[in-house]
Design a protein around this ligand. Structure first.
Ligand code: NDP
Ligand code: OXD
Length: 319
């Protein structure tokens, strides 16, 4: 039997963790970890499978006989724009733990704005006792943009917390107990939304979608007073200058941002210092390395048994 092709691994994660996890992964075929200096100029022409996160621009020239690409995350935007991306299946990372972590982050951010946690923390630092009588979750409508794997799970968990939840996606979804809107109904969706949650992939259509014009269409007569923007999709979907200006002028009452157009967010960016803006460093839902390797092993086994791959990217839609 011919030797099995090793898996090419080019993940811009913590190198020590990846190296450790790879010691136990792909036992039947091995791997070529590009983070290992010993593999710097390695011949990749014989490799069938690649597990990639933010791959180098010349990777597909070097690994020119790939059969399947696996994304190291749920999003694939970092590879879709690389010239020379071969026309082969691309598998996204869809994982229970990643999905659960994202929903934890989304629910936490919505609750933090609902209960004005930032205001309480300011008061605590000044030793001020100032009880608040804010609205309950049922008085607030959370509008989720993107009803995919992550958006649907977050929406369900927001509902458990009592929020009224509505959702928007390219194609209309039928979800029990939730009003949904399709791509052509964006304005109607926004006019009902008090907290906007962004869980969209980055594509040409979603680039810059969260901008001043969109913020101005969010509901203004809400129990929260002013609308709030929460984004964990991709930073290039948001116009950061518009977020800062909307916060300063009171168009938005607050924001929670996990993703940024350029990461890391520059230390002198004005977003850091804005009141009621919560910044997390793209860690709302990190890919857990062991689960990622298991997922790739499972998908390779399916592929080699002749079964369909799961979680495939639709190349024409870009996600
Ligand atoms: P999915 O592919 O499962 O879902 C994407 C959703 O977005 C779908 O509902 C899709 O509509 C909708 N959508 C895409 N383009 C448009 C458009 N132009 N107009 C309207 N709706 C659109 O992705 P996931 O839920 O798994 O992940 C979403 C994104 O979250 C990832 O692409 C990634 O960028 C980001 N992410 C961020 C993480 C972080 O740590 N911050 C971690 C993981 C993911 P339809 O259903 O009709 O196809
Ligand atoms: C992802 C991410 O896409 O971590 O999985 O951003």
């Amino acid at each position: 039997m011919p030797a099995k092709s090793p898996v090419l691994v080019d993940l811009k994660f913590d190198p020590a963790t990846v190296a450790k996890v790879l010691e136990a992964a792909f036992a039947d075929r091995g791997s070529i970890n590009l983070a290992d200096p010993a593999n710097k100029g390695a011949d990749l022409s014989h490799v069938d499978y690649a597990l990639l996160w933010k791959p180098d621009a010349d990777l597909f020239e070097r690994a020119r006989n790939l059969k399947v690409i696996f994304s190291g995350g749920a999003g694939v935007d970092s590879m879709m724009s690389i010239a020379g991306l071969p026309d082969i299946p691309i598998v996204r990372f869809v994982d229970r733990s990643l999905t659960t972590r994202m929903s934890e982050w989304v629910v936490m951010q919505c609750l933090m704005h609902l209960r004005d946690v930032q205001g309480h923390m300011r008061n605590q630092r000044q030793h001020v006792w100032a009880p608040q009588h804010g609205p309950e979750a049922a008085d607030v409508t959370v509008g989720v943009m993107g009803l995919g794997v992550l958006g649907c799970d977050a929406a369900a968990k927001l509902k458990v917390m009592g929020f009224n939840v509505i959702g928007w996606s390219r194609s209309r979804k039928q979800i029990d107990g939730m009003e949904t809107f399709d791509a052509g109904e964006l304005d109607a969706f926004l006019s009902r939304t008090d907290i906007l949650v962004g869980l969209l992939p980055l594509t040409p259509e979603t680039t810059g979608i969260y901008n001043a014009s969109l913020f101005s269409k969010l509901r203004r007569q809400s129990a929260l007073g002013k609308p709030v923007f929460v984004n964990a999709g991709r930073g290039k979907s948001q116009v950061q200058a518009d977020i800062a200006s909307a916060i300063r002028t009171g168009i938005l009452g607050g924001a929670s941002l996990d993703v940024f157009a350029v990461e890391p967010l520059s230390a002198d960016d004005s977003l850091w210092g804005l009141e009621n803006v919560i910044i997390t460093p793209h860690d709302s839902a990190v890919s857990e390395e062991k689960a990622l390797m298991r997922h790739v092993e499972e998908q390779i086994a399916r592929f080699e048994r002749g079964e369909p791959l799961q979680h495939l990217v639709d190349r024409s839609r870009g996600y």
